[in-house]
Design a protein around this ligand. Sequence first.
Ligand SMILES: [Zn+2]
Length: 452
Amino acid sequence: MNNYSLHSHNCWTDNQLQEATLHIKDGIITEVIKGPLIPTDLPLIEAGDAVLMPGVIDAHVHINEPGRTYWEGFETATKAAAFGGITTLVDMPLNSSPVVTNVAAMQQKLTASEGKRHVHCGFYGGIVGNEIVEKGIKELEALLAAGCLGVKAFLVHSGIDEFPNATLAALDKAMPVIKAAGVPLLVHCEWEMPIKGEDLLSQNPTSYPAYLASRPKTWENEAIKRVLQLCQKHHCPTHIVHLSAADALPLILEAKRAGLPVTVETCTHYLFFEAETIPDGSTLHKCAPPIRKHPNNLLLKNALRDGQIDFIASDHSPAPPDIKELETGNFQKAWGGIAGLQFLLPASWTALRDHMSLSQFIPLLTKHPADFLGLGEIKGKIAAGYHADLVVWDPAQAFEVTEGLIHHRHKASPFVGQTLSGMVTDTFVRGERVVGNGKGRQRNCGEIILKE
Ligand SMILES: [Zn+2]
């Protein structure tokens, strides 16, 4: 079906929820007719009172294929995304093998996704170590020319030895090149410094408080300070991924007010979970930076509501149960990463619904990440001429996450057993109804998104 109408009493268009009918042809929204439904000859999909909004855009996902497909692959990740109402995701340059630090590796990524893209996929490149200083910027320039949507760097060990943290000297050299390509530098902001009670975690490896203390807020603050200094020097679009420490918000806000091209995301798990209720040994909750305490997380929610944090991403970074150390509960050894792609929409809404209106919430998963990725002219909005990437969901309908619902490669996720509000029933990818009435249908219609 490539020519049809879609009607809802709660369609997100012109920045409000209102009754509207969309005409969709060849993957494009050709017309938005506000007000009551006017019957036509076109086939009609009736969404009733459910919310019809642009498909969710997840700008931070680790798919791990090729090379670590047994952690997560395109087939399972993009299927989970579709069931979660996500129509576009952007894949990180790690933890696949090879890591995407050159064009050949990026090509392998694109090839690996063939026949397995149930939603649209974009790709980031990466810079590591001091390579740019030592070997020059040719490889980076080629990656940018190949169409990566941004460049990722770590300031602390990434967890993957072949993706070492970039030096500040490397960032200093890379930023003008990244700026010239018109894409952002994305930085994992933790700066390792000596901490009090350094051996607390080795003595109590299953203690969540000990793990939390091992990656303090000061590490994030310090890293962000350094990155903002470089941003000020080069005016290169700079994006702080997965902000967890609310202490850094005043710094970021000051930089934004000064006109620096800074953006920041936080993740669902920093909003949904709180350190106080994470049981010892629950390595499902291990991620870096860590999930912090209630007062901190409340500040993150307020910052999202007040427009200080730009958008929410999943930072889906799963690993097999043995690598997550589920049996031992050892936080020191466990892989740091949370599996949550499929629940980005409902878990974020569940965490935020008492803090903001639906109208404040929707852009955080649609328009804002679309703008960040340079896709704001074609995605993230319901308007004539925009791509028909759409989701139908009921924000009030609660459901319990069971392993049976999960389409990720591995079912291990801290969201299992949680009750979420916001059932996704239909997902449309360029007009194709890949999920219909909660059931998977036509798939493999996701496009590769490259920077033009
Ligand atoms: Zn990540």
